[in-house]
Ligand binder design. Structure first.
Ligand code: NOJ
Length: 513
């Protein structure tokens, strides 16, 4: 384990509430994750991933299921204890799995002691740790809106002092004031706390949104093509904070951070790489927003490749805990091509738990909805086997379990060489053994409509990827001589020729020369 493991490796996101319950309360926990690490790495039949990203497991009133932190330095009892975390970390490391944890610096819970102090009076020393302002004749201080749809204004009036506080998510998630040096220093301390415990890095929540206009000027009402820019996110000054964090991270050997950066303009997004002095990567969410089309995906990848500075390392992801699972968005029949795309592009792939078995969003009956903005369907329990609660829990699970366990579970797919899980495993292994896939150059190849083809090349290796995005067979001529099939998404195929008919939704990976 050394060098730029995060460039070479494959990441896997775990939503701790939903991976494995170990104590029979229907909610997943850290000992549960530890018990399931073999699925991820350490055995011949493991998936073979290199790192996990754990969504928050800190103390929290759970209004946003952990993204409302009331103590950054402790584990919520629902998830276990700090000792459980240490065990998880040690067991993961023993299997060659790195662990990054979610850092939530934009806001705390309203139950965090910092906010409890801050709201207590206008002259409390922590008043300025959050953003407080007088209203405008009974209305909020400006027109900023919560980024959660349906919440309305990003401001709530606090009875105690009559002032309003800022919250870009729920009222229970007050925004910290990132202009305040005390806040910056406190978050450095939080990072060091986890780095000292041995974590390999961070996924940073809302990394583009921390710093807001200090004069709290309202956002422009009319925006054309992203201009004029909003004043409550993506300000130049946020990069100062990222450089500061990078300095903290670099005090420790071999650590990294990936930022959740929702900035649609790719030219602005690549600024988050800085001069290799900010977070190692901002997430690229552009793939995840693409409708299923060869031209769309090719367009995004090519633009991204064109704009990235030389030192910048790309990444790719198709699903996470905030968006409808891609097997639902695109259709399960596309999950194989999607897997081949994700694991053969240039850059670090991030998988979301369950995608390796083709989990889809589970329909949630109205009386079981628990998330304020309706993300429950993509957060349902991991499907381990076909037992009543999918092997996830012995109790009632916090969210309903899928109905398709006979097909879509680890147990059903593990021993089946034709399963999606087997395809993921093979793709991960091929990637690990291939310089071209891990580190090689990317170049798009000409192909007909509906097909996305590219080559990945390293010094002594040339691989070709051809992905049929359509539901129809596609005849094509591989303009690459002397190719041998490495892997097809169709388990029935065992060879290719220069003139080739790709099946509907088939992708192939071939070796040239
Ligand atoms: C982004 C996280 O991914 C999401 O789940 C959360 O609700 C918001 N940030 C607020 O922390």
């Amino acid at each position: 384990m050394s060098g730029s493991w995060w460039r070479d490796g494959v990441f896997y996101q775990i939503y701790p509430r939903s991976f494995q319950d170990s104590n029979g309360d229907g909610v997943g926990d850290l000992p549960g994750i530890t018990a399931r690490l073999d699925h991820l790495n350490g055995r011949d039949d493991s998936l073979g991933i290199d790192a996990i990203w754990l969504s928050p497991f800190y103390r929290s009133p759970m209004k946003d299921f952990g993204y409302d932190v009331s103590d950054y330095r402790d584990v919520d009892p629902a998830f276990g204890t700090l000792a459980d975390f240490d065990r998880l970390l040690a067991e993961a490391h023993r299997r060659g799995i790195r662990v990054i944890v979610d850092l939530v610096p934009n806001h705390t819970s309203d139950e965090h002691p910092w906010f409890v102090e801050s709201r207590s009076s206008t002259d409390n020393p922590r008043r300025d740790w959050y953003v407080w302002r007088a209203g405008r004749n009974g209305a909020p201080p400006n027109n900023w809106r919560s980024w959660f749809e349906g919440v309305g204004p990003a401001w709530t009036r606090d009875e105690r002092t009559g002032e309003w506080y800022l919250h870009h998510f729920l009222p229970g998630q007050p925004d910290l004031n990132w202009w305040n040096e005390g806040v910056r220093a406190a978050m450095d301390g939080v990072m060091r706390f986890w780095l000292d415990r041995g974590v390999d890095g961070f996924r940073v929540d809302v990394a583009h949104g921390l710093v807001k206009d200090p004069r709290l000027r309202g956002n422009p009402r009319v925006r054309v093509f992203g201009r004029p820019a909003p004043r409550d996110r993506d300000l130049d000054e946020v990069h100062e904070v990222h450089r500061r964090w990078r300095r903290v991270i670099d005090e420790y050997p071999d650590r990294m951070a990936v930022g959740e950066v929702h900035v649609r303009d790719l030219r602005r997004l690549v600024r988050y790489y800085g001069r290799d002095d900010e977070l190692q990567m901002p997430f690229n969410f552009h793939l995840l927003r693409q409708p299923w089309s060869a031209a769309g995906f090719r367009g995004v990848v090519d633009e991204w490749e064109r704009l990235l500075p030389a030192h910048a390392w790309p990444n790719a992801t198709l699903s996470n805990h905030d968006v409808v699972r891609h097997a639902t968005r695109y259709g399960v029949e596309r999950a194989r091509v999607a897997a081949m795309l994700l694991l053969t592009l240039r850059g670090t792939p991030f998988l979301y738990y369950g995608e390796e078995i083709g989990m889809t969003n589970v329909p949630i009956p109205a009386d079981r909805v628990v998330d304020v903005v309706g993300r429950d369907g993509e957060r349902t329990p991991m499907q381990w086997d076909a037992s009543p609660n999918a092997g996830f829990t012995s109790a009632d699970p916090w969210l309903p379990v899928a109905a398709d366990l006979g097909r879509v579970s680890v147990a059903a797919q593990r021993g089946d060489p034709t399963s999606l899980l087997s395809l993921y495993r093979r793709l991960v292994r091929v990637r690990r053994g291939s310089d071209a896939l891990r580190r090689g150059a990317y170049r798009v190849l000409p192909s007909g409509p509906g097909v996305y083809a590219y080559e990945r090349t390293a010094e002594r290796e040339r691989l070709v990827v051809v992905l049929n995005f359509t539901d129809r067979a596609q005849r094509l001529h591989l303009a690459v001589a002397d190719t041998r099939l490495v892997l097809s998404t169709d388990p029935g195929r065992d060879a290719i020729s220069e003139r080739l008919t790709l099946g509907a939704n088939e992708g192939i990976l071939a070796r040239a020369g």
